[in-house]
Design a protein around this ligand. Structure first.
Ligand code: TXA
Ligand code: MG
Length: 316
């Protein structure tokens, strides 16, 4: 059931249930991070392999220290600059966090979400929330309560509706190796903004052989129809005669029916494009197409994170 009652969501969570929650990035499938039975439910509802660890959500930056050992100095600067917001820190966990949450890894991924309704919920609870994105494993992430309902509605008792996600892409994940910062997943906080605070960071490419590296399975966000990336005009010619759908930043292609093309932004704005991206993928996925043709975004700001999702939707 979809509703907007924070109290109801809180009661389900306190009783060990899992519920859909809004965040500023994407919707999450949340459970009590300190309750192993609730964590098991998250994995089973999402059909997620146990080797893929979960992000823990807390109400404030101060709370991070309850669950993690002393932070590297750079983590403080980042927290000060960007939290609450779309940034997840990978930090050494304290014993309080069950090994199930981190898939046995020594670090926990932790974040302070900026969504006002979720903030109220987290402040009411006396435990943090573990929450992966609320989609079946490997499928497109949800950015509205209706997206969650469509796929997981019959498996969970409640979805807290906080409206469409303001950012629309998952959080950026950063950690430290030998005190050097590493971005493991490009996301809602552009790498340029991080570098403006702590200097150059390494951005790790995805790895399918090493799923312990965060969020970086090669095939992910996958629609049912194959997705091809390149120059749209050239691909339209190449796939002539097939049932094709188009995903562009802001172009219009007169030869293709309007309902088969999605333009991510009226004004070629990458923030707007990010906000619309996962909805657009779902829309195209619902059209029974033979192939989805998409173009690369400019490699700047949120364009880099959208390109990462496109690359993995195409399993490149
Ligand atoms: O914006 C977000 O981060 C959303 C919202 C709901 O907060 N959550 C999200 O969770 O995207 P999920 O589970 O779909 O993606 C989190 C990624 C996973 O792919 C996982 O591999 C990685 O973070 N991760 C989580 N904990 C980790 C850990 N302890 N060590 C390494 N990677 C971790
Ligand atoms: Mg996910």
């Amino acid at each position: 059931m979809i509703g907007n009652d924070v109290q109801v969501a809180g009661e389900y969570l306190t009783s060990g249930e899992v519920v859909g929650i809004p965040t500023e990035t994407v919707y999450g499938l949340a459970g009590n991070a300190l309750n192993e039975a609730a964590i098991v439910k998250i994995f089973s509802v999402k059909n997620r392999p146990y080797f893929d660890p979960l992000i823990v959500h807390v109400a404030s930056t101060q709370e991070i220290e309850k669950y993690c050992h002393p932070l590297p100095e750079q983590a403080y600067w980042l927290a000060h600059s960007f939290l609450p917001g779309p940034l997840t820190l990978l930090l050494p966990k304290k014993k309080l966090i069950p090994d199930l949450v981190t898939a046995g890894l020594p670090n926990v991924a932790i974040r302070v979400p900026a969504h006002p309704m979720l903030k109220v919920l987290l402040e009411e609870l006396d435990f943090p929330l573990a929450a992966p994105s609320a989609n079946p494993f490997g499928y497109i992430s949800p950015t509205t309560a209706q997206h969650v309902e469509a796929q997981l509605g019959n498996k969970i008792p409640y979805i807290l509706d906080g409206g469409p996600c303001a950012i629309g892409l998952e959080s950026t994940i950063i950690g430290w190796e030998a005190e050097q910062p590493v971005v493991y997943r490009k996301g809602g906080l552009p790498v340029e903004k991080i570098e403006a605070v702590i200097g150059k960071v390494e951005v790790r490419q995805h790895s399918s052989s090493q799923p312990a590296a965060p969020g970086q399975l090669k095939s992910h966000y996958a629609p049912a129809a194959p997705l091809k990336l390149g120059n749209l005009q050239e691909m339209i010619t190449c796939y002539k005669g097939k049932r094709i759908g188009l995903l562009s930043l802001c172009g219009v292609y007169p030869d293709i029916p309007q309902i088969l093309q999605v333009k991510l932004s009226m004004t070629c704005d990458l923030n707007e494009a990010a906000r619309n991206f996962f909805s657009a993928m779902r829309y195209l996925d619902g059209l029974d197409l033979e192939v989805i043709l998409a173009e690369w975004m400019p490699e700047e700001g949120l364009g880099r994170a959208i390109n990462d999702r496109l690359r993995r939707a195409a399993a490149l």
